[in-house]
Write a protein that binds this ligand. Structure first.
Ligand code: SF4
Length: 351
């Protein structure tokens, strides 16, 4: 079965819509001093730090050292919900902070910066998406976690890249037709694997969309024994030559399970921190993004994830007023509606 495509506008972001964010260079001594300060400030504020694999490696380490957590968006959400602390600091992008707040409305959720967006979230405006849903009332609405609380509230299911395939497969087996948003590459990948009848929105991730199969083939010819690990937000031609396709957590797992000593990895370079920590005897090479003569919007690092810098986190934690200004607030009614499809995902068997 083919995935259906509407005459939707292209909701991918143009290069002009993507910030050029350059993290500040800090000497080791400066980084160490900031880390010590953040450890104290987290304790002072009774806060737990939950970080995504794509943020600064030192921020990831701090989360783990202080009793917090580093993972993909699904496990971040689950950890935040289940942790005893009433104050969560989410180092990632806005939809991750919102997801934490939806699942734990009684907790206070803060972020190092509220400017950390996501091209998929930005590329799925709630009004346009609502009209899309209204035009197809016969379809089950499945949205990726990388969406706003308003878009989640319009959905039947929220999924992440680690469980999207299994959930769509189960829905298709029940004969349900799917309306999928916002990532067209992940949607096509799931449609291809499951054969589900899927109507696709046309958003894209500015990081993964940049991976180029021709340039990847060139790198593979330099490292003929290397394994290729690919995130499914990448274009189909890149996915087609992968040894393993999966979410960030699934990529980390595959790197340990596959026998290769060298891997070419098509995902945000922030994940290399965990890969190198976990498998110090293996070698990890970034998959090429630009190719000959092409431009690069992200160069394999999400500009919004990059905003979660050590000094930004310290700056916000130092001053209660600044922290307060960075609180994630969700309309309670919309949050309650969005919690239904999120909990469906969290309760899905083996999710
Ligand atoms: S890496 Fe892509 S999907 Fe992840 S937050 Fe950045 S833009 Fe969004």
């Amino acid at each position: 079965m083919q995935s259906a495509q509407l005459n939707l506008p292209d909701y991918s972001l143009s290069p002009q819509q993507v910030p050029q964010y350059m993290p500040a260079f800090l000497e080791k001594e400066e980084r160490d001093a900031l880390k010590d300060e953040i450890v104290e400030l987290l304790a002072e504020r009774n806060a737990v730090l939950v970080a995504h694999y794509y943020v600064d490696g030192d921020v990831q380490d701090l989360a783990e050292q202080t009793g917090g957590f580093v993972s993909d968006s699904l496990e971040m959400a689950r950890f935040g919900r289940d942790h005893a602390s009433n104050t969560l600091i989410v180092a990632g992008v806005r939809f991750m902070g919102e997801t934490a707040k939806i699942l734990s409305p009684e907790k206070r959720v803060f972020m190092p910066t509220l400017e950390a967006e996501c091209s998929l979230d930005l590329g799925c405006p709630p009004d346009a998406f609502e009209a899309f849903c209204r035009a197809h009332p016969d379809r089950t609405v499945v949205v990726y976690a990388n969406t706003s609380v308003q878009v989640k509230a319009l959905s039947d299911w929220v999924v992440t890249s680690s469980v999207g395939l299994k959930i769509v497969e189960a829905l298709a087996e029940r004969g349900e037709k799917i309306l999928w948003a916002p990532d067209k590459h992940l949607g096509r990948y799931i449609q291809h694997k499951t054969g589900a009848d899927m109507l696709l929105w046309s958003g894209a991730c500015v990081v993964h969309e940049e991976f180029k199969w021709k340039a990847l083939r060139d790198v593979m010819s330099i490292y003929p024994g290397a394994g290729v690990l690919v995130h499914p937000e990448s274009p189909a031609a890149v996915i087609d030559i992968a040894d393993a396709v999966g979410s960030t957590s699934q990529i980390v797992k595959a790197a340990g399970e596959l026998p290769h000593e060298i891997f070419i990895v098509a995902t945000d370079r922030g994940l290399f921190h965990k890969l190198r920590q976990r498998y110090p005897h293996k070698r990890f090479i970034e998959a090429p993004t630009a190719g000959t003569g092409a431009t690069c919007r992200s160069c394999a690092h999400c500009p919004w994830m990059a905003m979660n810098e050590l000094q930004v986190l310290a700056h916000v934690l130092r001053d209660p007023a600044r922290l307060e200004a960075n609180e994630i607030l969700v309309d309670p009614q919309v949050g309650r509606r969005a919690m239904i499809p999120l909990e469906r995902m969290l309760n899905f068997p083996n999710s």
